[in-house]
Design a protein around this ligand. Structure first.
Ligand SMILES: *[C@@H]1O[C@H](CO)[C@@H](O)[C@H](O)[C@H]1NC(C)=O
Ligand SMILES: *[C@@H]1O[C@H](CO)[C@@H](O)[C@H](O)[C@H]1NC(C)=O
Ligand SMILES: *[C@@H]1O[C@H](CO)[C@@H](O)[C@H](O)[C@H]1NC(C)=O
Ligand SMILES: *[C@@H]1O[C@H](CO)[C@@H](O)[C@H](O)[C@H]1NC(C)=O
Ligand SMILES: *[C@@H]1O[C@H](CO)[C@@H](O)[C@H](O)[C@H]1NC(C)=O
Ligand SMILES: *[C@@H]1O[C@H](CO)[C@@H](O)[C@H](O)[C@H]1NC(C)=O
Ligand SMILES: *[C@@H]1O[C@H](CO)[C@@H](O)[C@H](O)[C@H]1NC(C)=O
Length: 397
């Protein structure tokens, strides 16, 4: 997206220089470095170097194990100590990857399968139990999406019944006017010979660059972000989608949609289902929405906008939803910005009080975050510096 955004910024500068500001009706989103935050030097962290740029990560249902997408392999980590260690690499089938490999990771509700999206059109299915033992036959299926639904899968969400997977295909296709899609895969599960089968059954076109998806706790709603309203300009959106309709009639599944800052990327939902939080990357902001109002009165649903660090991407809850961490990626490489994790007090944010408690240092381009099932640790994929970092939640302010 860097190319498109810098073109948008350049366009804004040229239009302003020509005196055309008044003619631009859609605001041009233009990112800058966020002001520095207090360093949280007392927070305990530990990192391990990995052999590729890490992208998605998720904890396994197996105790003390986590999965990380490592471009051409799925890394299996031992997380029993704070410092994670890479114990297995499951090679991913070359034919299923494009020039840039694996991206997001999702796990079925029962923990049996790990789903890996790719920059291509494919969805790779891995048997979790085999992967944690390092078995080379852990990859059990490759599902291929339809060309019309686009490519560059960033996240995958599986329905609670395990029957459907929804993939955010960031890059749309000519058929969708370059707009991104949520692609629907019907998962048929294991066949007689043990391979996992499934079929792409449709897609829902949203705005440009569709990246983040998250299910409501009861599984009935899917929230999805889009970064921009057109290729170069305009605020992103958050859409609320009816999961039952999305399964079989995707083009009619949107319940509501509303603007959500510049560069809306990742989204999470609180355990009680009442609040939806997302990162607005080009606004350097963490936004909170009231979930009920997103449906009943979307333009009145924004509860809070918190300035965090530069170009936040991943986000996660910690300590029973009382804290939110954002991965401040600085992915547009401002020389006067640092990368790190902003620690946000969720209640203070909703009350409109000073909510940022400080920033934890990370490597370069922290991209995705995951919290352990027992809540004790947050894992960070430092994409550009090729390390995986753990944060000790007990030492957070
Ligand atoms: C970063 O540098 C740019 C360009 O010099 C400047 O406009 C901006 O105010 C600086 N931001 C911060 C937070 O220091
Ligand atoms: C905070 O930490 C960053 C990264 O370690 C460092 O570059 C910066 O100088 C520190 N700032 C302060 C105010 O100590
Ligand atoms: C997926 O489908 C596309 C056509 O849409 C094709 O070009 C590509 O080779 C297929 N990939 C795999 C792994 O089958
Ligand atoms: C990912 O792996 C491919 C080989 O399949 C390689 O060409 C590419 O450079 C790698 N990407 C990154 C970002 O390292
Ligand atoms: C397994 O069975 C499925 C259909 O049931 C078939 O498409 C697939 O090619 C088979 N795989 C192998 C390795 O025999
Ligand atoms: C995005 O750009 C492509 C190629 O220039 C164009 O065909 C398409 O209409 C644009 N789509 C949007 C939503 O701006
Ligand atoms: C989170 O909430 C649960 C249930 O209310 C409680 O048992 C647990 O101790 C809480 N954890 C933390 C870290 O506060």
């Amino acid at each position: 997206m860097d190319r498109k955004l810098s073109f948008g910024s350049l366009l804004a500068v040229i239009l302003a220089w020509l005196g055309f500001c008044g003619a631009v009706t859609v605001p041009v989103c233009q990112t800058t470095a966020a002001p520095p935050e207090k360093n949280l030097t007392d927070v305990r962290t530990a990192e391990v170097a990995v052999p590729a740029h890490p992208f998605g990560l998720a904890y396994a249902h197996q105790k003390d194990r986590a999965f990380v997408a490592l471009n051409t392999s799925l890394g299996v980590f031992d997380t029993s100590a704070l410092s994670p260690s890479l114990i297995h690499e499951i090679p991913l089938p070359a034919a299923a990857l494009s020039f840039n490999g694996a991206t997001g990771i999702g796990i079925t509700h029962d923990g049996r399968y790990v789903l890996v999206t790719t920059f291509s059109t494919t969805l790779i299915i891995v048997d979790a139990a085999r992967a944690v033992t390092g078995s080379l036959d852990a990859v059990v299926g490759v599902l291929n999406g339809t060309a019309a639904a686009g490519s560059s899968g960033i996240e995958v969400t599986v329905t609670q019944d395990g029957q459907y997977a929804f993939v955010s295909q960031e890059d749309g296709s000519p058929q969708t006017d370059g707009r991104g899609n949520v692609e629907v895969f019907k998962l048929d599960g294991p066949t007689a010979n043990g391979s996992f089968s499934g079929t792409p059954t449709g897609y829902l076109t949203l705005g440009v660059a569709v990246v983040g998806t998250a299910l409501s706790p009861d599984g009935s709603l899917l929230y999805a972000t889009s970064e921009m309203s057109s290729n170069t300009t305009g605020e992103g959106t958050i859409s609320v989608i009816d999961v039952e309709k999305l399964k079989t009639d995707p083009s009619n599944a949107v319940i509501s949609s509303v603007t959500a800052g510049c560069g809306a990327v990742r989204v999470i939902v609180s355990q009680d289902g009442q609040r939806v939080w997302l990162t607005a990357r080009e606004s350097n902001a963490l936004l909170a929405f009231d979930a009920a109002k997103l449906i009943s009165n979307p333009t009145d649903a924004l509860l809070a906008s918190v300035q965090v660090g530069t170009a936040p991407v991943g986000l996660t809850f910690a300590r029973n939803d009382t804290r939110i961490l954002t991965a401040n990626s600085n992915r547009f490489n401002f020389p006067n910005a640092t990368t790190g994790l902003s620690v946000v007090d969720a209640e203070a944010a909703i009350c409109g009080e000073e909510a940022v408690l400080g920033q934890i240092s990370t490597g370069l381009f922290p991209r995705e975050l995951a919290v352990s099932p027992d809540g004790s640790t947050v894992l960070v994929a430092d994409y550009a510096s090729s390390d995986v970092r753990a944060v000790d939640v007990a030492t957070l302010p």
